[in-house]
Design a binder for this molecule. Structure first.
Ligand code: GLC
Length: 740
């Protein structure tokens, strides 16, 4: 059975005809339909569009910056004399008065009074900073991410923001690429679920709700495949991988109603994402029927010249608009050349109007014409309420992943702690990249969190800088280690070592940090290693020296309390890896959902194996320890034979064998051992996280839809399901299903 991609016209045709009728009525008199909040949406769009001059239309398709540019990677001169007819502004300020003053110019001083759309990068919190998205994915608790997004939207909206450039749903398999921190890991399904929950949290029930903001799926598409993990570089992606890996989270995001999409920087196998008609128009707008608009990434239109796709900026504007980019972020190619291109008949008025229509439609839907200004609310009411802090603490606690815990050294039984390492009292890097308006002074450091608990006697020594020697640091750290029962060693990365333009040639910890670890290991005291990073790290030469390893990622404002929750045993760690930890950098790329290699049967005889290291990663996708043990029963299948289109009930019992209540995530995979186009060894299709009481047993159920969960895309984007054998997997068990 296959679903042919075709253009279905739903009820939009009737709206359009209705709009025309109203439009004719409005042209007969002074009735300005677009100003009538009770009028039909499409009628308002058409009425306003009909009144616009070419210059007014072109300005709607441009975005500039209001105030300072806080994104150091966004290079370009400041445009100070911003016209009030501008379509959108990136606003890096928290000052609603600044927004309102600019908006007043647009609404009250321009001919048509079209409000400006204010956007910015709210990636994992606005002022209350939640863990980086990669960490949130490890929580396998998308409901918490949805709630965190609601908080971010409220703080942003009250600071003058209508639109966030997130969720970033780029599937990524190369941890050298710094932007793995911003996404949801290596699995398309996981990225789909988390991206959709961010959209739900931002956009609420209606975009014109008081605290709703518009979402922006980015970076469309396949940016995570940047070669060598080098940011802004080209990608080589087969159509099959494009459809089955990189497009899936975007399709889910469109189905979740994302208001906008951002076109990516990268070249996609020879056609840059911001000039790619196939992805931007044929797939996104025609096949998926996206009615919102596409904004280019920063300068990604002008960059078509550097990428060898456009001869000059005018040609770049032509390629981008015709491909399907509706709004130009910052490089003014549209402002400079669209009128000329229209005159030269290089672009059509129909396409230009389509782009303007999409922008206006969002502005009407957001309610900007009725409520263009931000209410002025004090910071104490706007930010960091106890509710927000408690949620940030919960998300951080659930996102941490216990990688090693020899002899159950955790939860801590010791009272006297030697707290060591450059991350122990860090309040900046612990927030991660894209920390928006998070302030270091808001952060609960690891040291502060442990001290506040009153559970421990703590002696602190930094030991070293993140990437530099600290005079007498090693000796001082060794000294306090000798005087205490256990060493809690906090190592990790600068925030700017990941995120945009944060590529690294190695995912190893800095040399000085490994020296500190080895120095402390010589004391013979047990070491609990906490790792704060924006990416999976190389740990093969670190792991042997630590008794316990907790990957805390970059947990944000409430870092210290979350760390203490875990170390003290107040809460059992429940995170599982959303991205593989390679054995070492040389093993990259290594990810769980890879296709099968040709000599599996002879691997034990060395076939297809490295000569110098193991083939297996250090820690695989889905790995994470708990303070208890969970025993999985056998998988029960409602029917072992089914037909395409059937839905099956599959269940497994999971028992908590320990003496501590703890959450467990059941990951459900499918495997298709023989297929027309070869598939990954296994594919995540569902997951469920639940608390299981000590000694208790819970039944986890997966409602498998044979069409939705067993099918895949061919190169042309047609989705199909093949009859044959499949395996359903959970825990260590797998069960066969015959599909007729
Ligand atoms: C940056 C990023 C993009 C961000 C935009 C605005 O270059 O690539 O993710 O949303 O510019 O800051």
């Amino acid at each position: 059975m296959s679903l042919n991609r075709k253009n279905m016209y739903g009820n939009r045709a009737c709206c359009f005809y209705f709009a025309v009728v109203v439009l004719l009525a409005s042209c007969s008199g002074n009735y300005e339909v677009y100003k009538d909040s009770g009028a039909n949406l499409e009628a308002r769009v058409e009425d306003l569009l009909a009144r616009m001059t070419l210059e007014e239309k072109v300005w709607q398709l441009n975005q500039l910056i209001l105030g300072d540019n806080l994104n150091v990677n966004n290079i370009g001169e400041e445009i100070m004399d911003i016209p009030a007819e501008i379509g959108s502004l990136i606003s890096f300020t928290t000052d609603p008065e600044m927004r309102n003053a600019m908006q007043k110019r647009a609404v009250e001083e321009t001919r048509l009074g079209i409000p400006i759309l204010f956007g910015m990068d709210v990636i994992h919190g606005f002022r209350t900073i939640f863990p980086i998205p990669l960490a949130q994915a490890c929580s396998f608790n998308p409901e918490l991410t949805m709630q965190a997004s609601q908080v971010a939207a409220k703080e942003a909206k009250l600071s003058g923001i209508d639109w966030s450039f997130s969720p970033m749903v780029d599937v990524a398999r190369d941890p050298r690429w710094g932007r793995v921190a911003e996404g949801y890991g290596e699995d398309p399904y996981l990225a789909s679920v988390f991206g959709s929950n961010v959209i739900k949290g931002y956009q609420g029930k209606a975009l014109n709700d008081t605290f709703s903001i518009a979402a922006c799926l980015k970076h469309y598409v396949a940016y995570g495949a940047s070669e060598g993990g080098r940011d802004y570089h080209a990608t080589e992606v087969s159509r099959n991988t494009l459809w089955n890996v990189y497009l899936r989270p975007f399709h889910a995001g469109i189905q979740a109603g994302s208001a906008t999409v951002m076109s990516a920087f990268n070249d996609i196998s020879g056609v840059p994402a911001s000039a790619n008609h196939y992805t931007l128009t044929e797939i996104l707008k025609q096949d998926w029927k996206h009615e919102g608009f596409v904004v280019s990434d920063w300068n990604s239109i002008e960059q078509l010249v550097f990428q060898g796709a456009a001869a000059n900026r005018k040609h770049a504007a032509e390629l981008a608009l015709n491909a399907g980019v509706d709004m130009d972020m910052k490089d003014l190619c549209y402002k400079d050349y669209l009128p000329e291109l229209l005159e030269d008949r290089k672009i059509s008025e129909e396409r230009l109007d389509d782009a303007v229509r999409r922008v206006l439609r969002l502005k009407f839907t957001l309610g900007l014409f009725e409520h263009p200004y931000t209410p002025i609310v004090s910071d104490s009411l706007r930010y960091l309420t106890d509710e927000y802090r408690n949620l940030a603490r919960e998300v951080a606690t659930e996102s941490m992943v216990l990688l090693k815990n020899d002899n159950d050294i955790l939860p801590l039984k010791f009272k006297k702690i030697a707290l060591v390492g450059p991350m122990a009292d860090d309040s900046v890097n612990i927030m991660g990249s894209w920390s928006c308006h998070g302030k270091a002074t808001d952060v609960v450091t690891i040291k502060a969190g442990l001290e506040a608990s009153g559970l421990y006697e703590i002696e602190y020594s930094k030991g070293c800088e993140i990437d530099a020697v600290l005079p007498n640091g090693l000796a001082d750290a060794r000294r306090i280690a000798g005087q205490n029962d256990v060493i809690v060693l906090c190592l990790g990365e600068y925030a700017w070592w990941s995120g945009e333009n944060g590529s690294k040639s190695t995912i190893s910890l800095p040399k000085i940090q490994k020296e500190l670890l080895k120095e402390l290991a010589q004391t013979g005291k047990p070491i609990v290693l906490l790792l704060s990073s924006g990416r999976p790290l190389e740990l093969y030469d670190v792991e042997p020296y630590a008794n316990s390893i907790l990957q805390i990622w970059q947990p944000g404002t409430m870092a210290g309390y979350a760390v203490c929750d875990i170390l003290s045993g107040n809460i059992s760690p429940s995170g599982k890896l959303a991205m593989t930890f390679p054995y070492n950098t040389g093993q990259i790329p290594v990810y769980y959902n890879a296709r099968r290699q040709a000599r599996i049967p002879y691997q034990s005889q060395g076939q297809g194996r490295y000569k110098d290291i193991q083939n297996e990663p250090m820690y695989p996708f889905g790995y994470g320890l708990s303070y208890t043990d969970f025993k999985y029963g056998n998988i029960i299948l409602s029917d072992s034979i089914a037909e395409i289109g059937d839905r099956l009930k599959i269940s497994v019992n999971i028992r908590n064998m320990g003496n501590m209540d703890a959450e467990e995530t059941c990951l459900w995979y499918i495997s298709d051992p023989v297929s027309y186009i070869t598939r990954p060894v296994k594919e995540l299709k569902y997951f469920e996280k639940r608390m299981i009481g000590s000694g208790e047993e819970e039944t986890f159920t997966f409602e498998l839809d044979t069409y939705r969960d067993l099918g895949y895309y061919a190169d042309d984007g047609n989705y199909f399901v093949e009859p044959g054998q499949y395996y359903i997997m959970a825990g260590t068990d797998s069960i066969k299903l015959i599909l007729k």
